[in-house]
Design a protein. Structure first.
Length: 282
């Protein structure tokens, strides 16, 4: 595992500017950019596969102590072993984000084993894979609870503790380009919940800005993942309709994630970063 390169100070503390000048203000280096996450504790949900697995491994590679959370504990142990083999620190934490009590207990456990959570990546999600009129109430509740209620509760739990400690933090929510474009493939509720995640990101960013907590979102297009494999099996290979005729590789989200959780994005909050290779019409 390669060592991260520190380019500026290692801190998430906001830097105040009191004057309008072209001179380099105290506290900012050249360039003002760093992906050094030493001393940070990151909680990543949906970390047993796909994008979440990649996120956990990348954050650990940059120095963060990582809590990898998901329902499949056996997969989490594999992630933790891979991170440990590379010299990183990772604790596998079984978590069903639809269970409010588990959410509180999980944050308690992470803080006890790794320290206070300063980075939260709300990655866990599920598709609906049915037309709206065909969905059972049970499935509707499960999609809402996984994609929206869980991230809301977990964000609030982490933010509450950050505020109590008077500590800054970074929250990154995983949306989808489905929040902006619906192809009519039986994912109406998924698209609805992801649109709500983006609005959640915007309003919580405003509410928590004064506490130094930045809340942003990533809206990926079609990336290779377990979820995408399931979609392709249902609707066929859609890459023929993309301008570049390809799926994204999870590694192509590394830079976006690291920017949003690092000191480099201290002035960025309430943003939704669309990363889709031009796949979707604007």
């Amino acid at each position: 595992m390669s060592e991260p390169v520190e380019r500026t100070r290692n801190t998430s503390e906001p830097v105040e500017r009191t004057r309008n000048t072209t001179e380099e203000p105290a506290g900012f280096g050249l360039p003002n950019f760093s992906i050094d996450l030493t001393d940070q504790v990151a909680l990543v949900t949906g970390a047993s596969s796909g994008l979440g697995r990649r996120f956990a491994i990348v954050l650990a590679a940059c120095g963060a102590k990582v809590a990898a959370a998901a329902r499949r504990e056996d997969r989490l142990k594999e992630v933790a072993a891979e991170i440990a083999a590379g010299g990183g620190v990772c604790v596998p934490v079984p978590l069903d984000v639809t269970d409010a009590d588990q959410i509180v207990a999980t944050v308690d456990r992470v803080e006890a084993e790794l320290g206070p959570v300063s980075i939260l990546v709300n990655n866990a999600g599920m598709p609906d894979a049915q037309y709206a009129t065909k969905m059972s109430v049970a499935l509707i509740d499960q999609v809402f609870d996984t994609n929206l209620r869980g991230p809301w509760l977990l964000s609030c739990e982490v933010a509450r503790r950050l505020i109590d400690r008077k500590a800054p933090g970074r929250i990154v929510n995983l949306s989808s380009m489905g929040a902006h474009h619906y192809a009519g493939r039986g994912a109406a509720l998924y698209s609805t919940t992801k649109a709500a995640v983006e609005r959640m990101t915007e309003v919580l960013a405003v509410e928590w800005a004064r506490f130094g907590i930045n809340v942003n979102a990533i809206a990926p297009g079609a990336f290779s993942s377990e979820m995408m494999d399931g979609m392709i099996s249902r609707v066929g290979d859609m890459t023929a309709f993309f301008p570049r005729r390809r799926l994204g590789d999870p590694a192509q989200l590394d830079s976006t994630l690291l920017y949003l959780v690092s000191p480099s994005s201290e002035f960025v909050t309430g943003m939704v970063a669309k990363v889709d290779d031009g796949q979707e019409p604007r």
